[in-house]
Structures are given as C-alpha cells and as structure tokens.
Write a protein that binds this ligand. Structure first.
Ligand code: KIV
Ligand code: ZN
Length: 503
C-alpha cells in the first residue's frame, strides 16, 4: 500500500442512517452506493447486517452490485454479529468485516459490565472469528478518545496480532481537540509495537464541531484512512463530512502531502442525492455543497472575482461538479435534449423511464419558463419517490382558502390496490388542512415536528422543495416533495413521509 495514500471510508449508509429521522430502504441505499462508487470511495460501510433484516438485505444487495470499492458491514464483537456480517459481505468482490467494542472505562462499566480483560478477550476472539472468513478485518475500540491510553495500546496490539488489518480510532462522542487527537495518534504509533501491520484509521463525530479538523489533524499525524458521512450525517451532531475532508486534502495537497483517489466532480451530485433520499436539507452556508458555498455577495468580492477568480475562490466550483452554466432546457426542448442533459448529470434512464420523465418535464416546462439542472434533479427525485412501492399515491388535491375564510382541503389518494380514498378537512392554513386530510386517509396521526419549504431556484415560478419530519411513537420519519405549487409539494412530502413510515 502506498504510504502517502489516504483511503476514504464512507459510512453514510451505516452511521449516517443512525441520524435521528433518517431511514433508507435497500433500493435507496443501493442508489447512494452507486454514487459513492462513482465518486471513487475506497470503502463503503453498507450497513450493520445483524441489526435488522432490512440492513442485512441492503448490505447483500450492495455487496452483489458494487464491485469497485471494498464493501464493509459493521458487527459488534459477538459471534452472531460477525457471522451475519459475513453472510452479507461474502457476496462482495472486496469484502470487509468491521468489528467494534467499547473500550473506555465509562462504557465498559455502564454498558458492557465487563472487565478490561474480558473486553480484550471478546475483541480478540471476534477478530479471530472474522479472520476465518476473510482477510480484511477492521477493529474499532469504541470511545477510544476517552479510553485509558495504556489499555488502548494493549487492545490494539492484541487485535492486530489476531489479524486486524485496519485499526480505527473513533472519537465516538466528539470530545477530542485536534492537537490532542493528533498526539493520541502519534502515541499509538509509538506504543503499539505491531502498528505497522495495520492501517491506522479515524472516525470523528462532530459534537463540538471539530470532526473534520480532528480527522485532518489525524492525517497529519499518520492516519491513512478517514471515515465520514456525506453531508456530515450521523449519530447526534453527525460525523466528519466526507466531502469536506476530501476537498481539504485535495485543495491543501501542498500541506498534507498525501494523495486520494477521488473524482471530486461527483461530490455535489452525491450530496444532493443523499439530501433528497434522507430528507435532510443541506444548510445554505455548508462548506463545499451548500447553496452559497461558491456565491459571492459583496461588491468588493464580486469585483475581485471578475478581475481574477483566485482573489476569493480557493476551489474551482466545477471541480466539485457544479456546472459552469446551469441554464439548460425549456418548453420546446425534446426528448433527446432532455436525455442528453440528464446523462450529463449522471442519470441513466431506460426508454420507459425516459417516457415518464419526459411527461413530468413537459408538465414542469408548462409552469416554469426555464428548467435548470437543480430543477431536473428535483424532478428526478420526485420521479424516484412516485415510482417507489408506496402505500399511498396522491391523485388529487383541492384547497379552498382566502382572507377571513377557514382553509379547507379535499385530497384523494390511492392505495397499493388502486382503491381511491377521499377526505376533506379544515386546518389553520391550507398546508395544515391538506396534511390532516392525508392523515385521515392513512388512518395515522403523527405529530409534525418540522416543516420547511425552500425554493430550488430564485424566480417566482420556482419549484418549491418541501421537507417534513413526522414523529410517530417517538420515531422520526422524513419526507420530501417538490412542485411549483407549494401546497402540492407539501402534500407530496407529507405522503412521502407517511409511506416511509408504513414501509
Ligand atoms: O462512533 C463510533 O464509535 C462508531 C463505531 C461503531 C466505529 O460509529
Ligand atoms: Zn460513529
């Protein structure tokens, strides 16, 4: 292995799915995995096979389909988990089992209720078990940054002796500070005798907003695998954002002196796909993939950019996949033009899918003068949502509202057997009325925890992109919908969330 290459490990499909309110079905996970492969990700953690039949299914599907990257499944240090992980990743061309176990006193005492010796033995025996199945085994001592260093060294040495080929240092609770984390990495290299037999990896959470800084400090200190999630998804405040550390390593290659094998032009598209599928919008000022990441607002900055881009631009927007000219199609554009543009954006459509997409495109072009790449992406996301196996599909939405009038809505939905249901409801506003009517049809009444609408482009005829988050029995479900009519977009988003809940 080249010493200067940093391997990029993406765990959007595992730790990312641990974000409260994120749930992806196997088909959605496969679509994200295809994008991660196109991006050049070295290792995709496809799931946690033993955690649920759905996860097992998703890891198997990805292992069978995705050939270039290593496909990993997470496993607790339990024989059953290791066996399930193997059951899933055995189909991969390049399989990996990722065994983890708590190593900090606080977690060993309160969660595992095991002694240090017992924990070390569990780690070794399960790495050994994984090793019987395959060569590529990763081990993570969970909560490593709050683990007693001497014990951490012993544990790492023991699992490497047992055959772990990657040892990952998770800052599970996002507690580390960059200089301190770098020192821990250096100390590990100094004190773990056999460390040269394994690749050193890091996995940083963002509780103090330091996950990317910690990951980069670790690279400087010798880590050669970095783990993260697209858009910084993940447990609590999330993981290091994959797109951010990739662009830091690429942009400041002069400083880090390492290489990565990533096609950075796929970053924007991957980020948008993950956002669409998870229902987690990307904040406008998010580094690399936020709407404003390459926008210059002040006159002084604009003047500089016009004279010489490098005055205020450290990254060429096209290097992350932003089109230099985003205005593309309009009402008179034909099927061939639409297909060509979609292909440029990375969508490959069968002619049947193209027929459906073309109808949706014409419908949108009747309402909107210019169709940009963002509109096409929203349209493709909407197509994906309606062509999924859904419990309910919207047939019709009608609202009555006006000043001084109580808004009311009548919605008609069909179920999987094609049976139609119509309900009428009042509400505080038209969106409220529509959502109540849909909930009545579905016969479930979750609490609406979050509702947001964003315009995809800037004009008055823009497509509105609605995100909702519903709480049902303390479980969060998100949904998205896009339409030039924001009431309809809201109805789509609400129905999408209910469908995900019912699935
Ligand atoms: O944050 C963490 O410690 C993890 C491990 C399972 C690697 O996600
Ligand atoms: Zn994690």
């Amino acid at each position: 292995m080249p010493r200067d290459k940093v391997y990029i490990f993406d765990t959007t499909l595992r730790d990312g799915e641990q974000s409260a309110g994120v749930m992806m079905n196997p088909q959605e996970k496969l679509e994200i995995a295809r994008n991660l492969e196109r991006l050049g990700i070295d290792i995709i953690e496809a799931g946690f096979a033993a955690s649920s039949p759905g996860d097992l299914d998703a890891v198997i599907t990805i292992a069978k389909e995705i050939r270039e990257p290593i496909i990993a499944s997470l496993a607790r240090a339990h024989p059953n988990d290791v066996d399930k992980a193997w059951e899933a990743v055995q189909h991969a061309k390049k399989p990996r089992i990722h065994v983890f176990l708590s190593s900090s006193d606080i977690q060993m005492m309160h969660m595992l209720r095991r002694s240090k010796d017992e924990v070390l033995e569990m780690a070794v025996s399960n790495v050994t078990r994984a090793k019987k199945y395959l060569d590529d085994v990763e081990f993570s001592p969970m909560d490593a940054t709050r683990t007693e260093p001497e014990y951490l060294y012993d544990l790492l040495e023991a699992v490497i002796d047992a055959g772990a080929t990657t040892v990952n240092i998770p800052d599970t609770v996002g507690y580390a500070i960059p200089s301190e984390f770098a020192k821990l990495l250096l100390d590990i290299q100094k004190n773990v005798k056999n460390i040269d037999k394994a690749r050193l990896s890091v996995h940083c959470h963002n509780d103090l907003g330091l996950s990317v800084a910690n990951s980069l400090a670790a690279v400087q200190a010798g880590a050669r695998q970095v783990e993260g999630c697209i858009n910084g998804l993940g447990e609590r405040a999330g993981n290091a954002a994959t797109e951010e550390f990739i662009m830091a390593l690429a942009t400041r290659k002069d400083y880090f002196g390492v290489t990565i094998d990533i096609d950075t032009t796929q970053l924007t598209r991957t980020s948008r796909l993950v956002s669409e599928i998870t229902g987690f919008a990307v904040q406008n000022n998010k580094a690399i993939v936020g709407l404003n990441a390459f926008r210059h607002a002040s006159g002084i900055h604009q003047d500089g950019i016009l004279k010489e881009k490098s005055t205020y631009e450290i990254i060429d927007p096209t290097s992350v996949g932003l089109a230099s000219n985003s205005l593309v199609l309009a009402k008179l554009s034909g099927r061939a033009g639409l297909r060509a543009r979609l292909e440029e954006l990375g969508y490959e459509l069968s002619s049947e899918d193209l027929d459906l997409t073309f109808l949706a495109f014409k419908d949108l072009a009747d309402k909107k003068r210019e169709i940009t790449d963002r509109d096409l992406e929203a349209l493709m996301a909407e197509q994906r949502r309606v062509t999924q196996i859904n419990n309910f599909q919207i047939v019709d939405v009608e609202i009555h509202t006006g000043s001084g009038k109580k808004p009311s809505a009548t919605v008609t939905l069909t179920n999987t057997e094609g049976k139609e249901f119509t309900e009428t409801c009042d509400g505080n506003g038209p969106v409220d009325a529509v959502c109540r009517a849909i909930a009545n049809v579905a016969g479930i009444h979750p609490t609406l925890e979050e509702y947001s609408v964003r315009s995809i482009t800037g004009e008055l005829d823009a497509v509105g992109d609605v995100t909702v988050r519903l709480n049902h029995n303390d479980q969060l479900y998100s949904g998205r919908g896009a339409d030039t009519d924001i009431i309809l977009a809201s109805a789509k988003a609400y129905t999408n969330a209910l469908n995900r809940m019912l699935a």
